[in-house]
Design a protein around this ligand. Structure first.
Ligand code: ADP
Length: 566
């Protein structure tokens, strides 16, 4: 198989099996064989055929499962899921039990999300000792420190999502808890937002902060003051994001199992306490074909690949080793999976559609509607073959459709697997046409000119030394007059694309994604607080399940930077 240098580096460092001396003992092909074999073991008939089918979609880089599946399948006690949510109740016992469980999950390559809103606020009474409570943020700092020191067997640092609901008395401190750009570096933080709060902001109403211990009003503030504090903190550092809990719960497939309060670290999977989910992503640049010399979406191949990979992800649930019995129980009763996409921006370029265009947004919607509908068909077929998910009777599907999985789709960030597949992240626009990638592997930088861009420039006879210099210097061709305007438009990068288009793409994909869409709205440094307020508000109005922004330069260490020849 053909892999890029970046892909090989990442595979060597983190994915390929090593012996006790740290020597790599498998090839990339053998890795995909190991994964295919392990997850086809549960097939009762045609096991070998399924192994080959699964192997083929991975080795052809048409689809990749989330990192823990690639790293751990077929290894002793291999934990295969990327996403977990754990409960945090208002007791030291619960706080430290969950901390221990999170450490075990991080060690296996999974990420954990928690909602800290049940914890009594800082300074509140502790009856048993007569003392006062340290509050949610103090306990998050302990989680953060633990994460720092559990470096996942040298593979990857852990990832956490910390949520506090907007009515919690400590909300102001929480909003600012990452504003120093030092604290809680292993956390993404989000405010749990209700529709009621958004309307209170709209109407400039009062807002009551409620002590979760006794449900009494702790303090009354103005909703718009909290909103302003959120906007200012997000403007300063990108944190906090928002999670729209009512929107999430309107789409909860099994409300009888309880309300959803939390997502995994990057926000693409809302889960119940102790639930886990495994993800996988279709590589869209492999889902095109040429027709009359032009690239077109290959709908047949897409449909076939969806059927294969929903089965593959369902198998992962059965072939998984669960670190905690509660997680095994919840996960196998709901059997949630998240099939998503990577390479969207590059697919658009191949099709000749600028990201910032109505045609691109419409195609995004059509594509995701297709993926969702074919995923449901695949899950329905699996239900006929293997039975529905055990909680199906209680689910919204009970009167409608037999389903093997309570959810089928999520749009994950594909931070590592898109590098392995050599395509653009998730549904993100290209960040730059050339860049150095800092810190994916610690102490290493990787240089890259986007291959789809290079190919197109070559085909059009536009690739010159001058253009190369321009691209290496700025990461962009928007100032390159030698390139026709229409072509330049096709290669607008993340920061050159107005935020409106970022949100429209997120909405297009969210409309047909039963879980959520992880997306970062990348913004120019000069973006104002008013604009950020508008973006956060629009996200709610658009029915997004969450929103994350990042204003260029607002954190000291960015993963992606444009090249600078100096
Ligand atoms: P990958 O490309 O490695 O499969 P993604 O970037 O798509 O992963 O992230 C998917 C999910 O995997 C995240 O939302 C999070 O739950 C988990 N995850 C990602 N990175 C980490 C990490 N460094 N440590 C733990 N979990 C992670």
């Amino acid at each position: 198989m053909r892999l890029t240098k970046n892909a090989t580096q990442i595979l060597n460092a983190r994915y390929l099996k090593k012996d006790i001396n740290g020597k790599i003992v498998e090839t990339p092909n053998a890795l995909f064989r190991r994964v295919a074999k392990h997850i086809s073991n549960i097939e009762e008939i045609n096991r070998k055929e399924w192994e080959n089918t699964f192997y083929k979609v991975m080795v052809n880089l048409e689809f990749l499962p989330n990192s823990p599946t690639l790293m751990n399948a077929g290894l002793p006690n291999g934990q295969l899921s990327a996403c977990f949510v754990l409960p945090v109740k208002d007791s030291l016992n619960s706080i430290f039990t969950t901390l221990k469980n999170a450490a075990l999950i991080h060690q296996s390559g999974g990420g954990t999300g928690y909602n800290f809103s049940k914890l009594r606020p800082k300074g509140d009474v502790v009856t048993s000792s007569g003392g006062t409570s340290s509050g949610p943020i103090a306990f998050m700092k302990i989680y953060d420190a633990a994460t720092e020191y559990v470096k996942q067997g040298g593979k990857r640092r852990g990832a956490n999502m910390g949520i506090l609901n907007v009515e919690h008395p400590d909300i102001e401190d929480f909003i600012k808890s990452k504003s120093d750009n030092v604290s809680l570096r292993n956390f993404n933080i989000s405010i749990g937002i209700s529709d009621r709060f958004m309307r209170a902001v709209q109407l400039n109403n009062d807002w009551e902060l409620i002590n979760p211990r006794n449900h009494t009003v702790h303090k009354t503030v103005r909703a718009s003051d909290i909103w302003q504090t959120i906007v200012e903190a997000a403007w300063k550092t990108g944190d906090p994001g928002l999670i729209f809990l009512d929107t999430i719960n309107k789409a909860n497939p099994i409300p009888k199992q309880g309300g959803i309060q939390t997502t995994n670290p990057c926000g693409e999977v809302p889960l119940l306490d102790h639930e886990s989910c495994n993800l996988g992503s279709l590589n869209l640049i492999k889902m095109v074909k040429t027709l009359d010399g032009k690239w077109k979406v290959d709908w047949d191949k897409l449909e076939q690949t969806i059927a294969t990979t929903i089965r593959l992800l369902d198998n992962v649930i059965s072939a998984n080793h669960y670190l905690l019995p509660q997680v095994k129980s919840k996960t196998t009763k709901n059997r949630k999976v998240g099939l998503g996409v990577m390479g969207w921006a590059e697919m658009l370029i191949m099709l000749g559609l600028p990201y910032a265009s109505d045609e691109a947004v419409q195609l995004g919607e059509k594509l995701m509607a297709f993926i969702q509908s074919k995923s449901y068909d695949a899950s329905n077929a699996l239900a006929k073959e293997r039975g529905t998910f055990p909680n199906w009777n209680e689910s919204i599907y009970a009167t409608e459709k037999r389903m093997r999985n309570a959810t089928c789709n999520s749009i994950a960030p594909t931070g590592s697997i898109s590098v392995i597949a050599n395509t653009s992240y998730s549904i993100e626009p290209l960040y730059a046409l050339a860049y150095k990638r800092v810190g994916i592997l610690e102490n290493e930088t990787q240089m890259e000119i986007n291959p789809v861009f290079l190919e197109k420039m070559g085909l059009l006879g536009l690739w010159t030394e001058e253009l190369k210099f321009e691209v290496m210097k700025t990461g962009s061709i928007q100032q390159a007059k030698s390139v026709p305007k229409k072509i330049r438009k096709l290669f607008e990068t993340s920061l050159e694309i107005p935020w409106k288009w970022h949100l429209l793409h997120q909405r297009a994909f969210q409309r047909y994604t039963d879980n959520a869409v992880s997306k970062t709205i990348n913004l120019l440094e000069k973006t104002t607080k008013q604009e950020i307020s508008k973006i956060y508000f629009t996200a709610w109005e658009y029915g997004l399940k969450g929103i994350t922004i990042y204003r260029n330069g607002s954190k000291p260490n960015q993963v992606l930077q444009t090249c600078n020849l100096n």
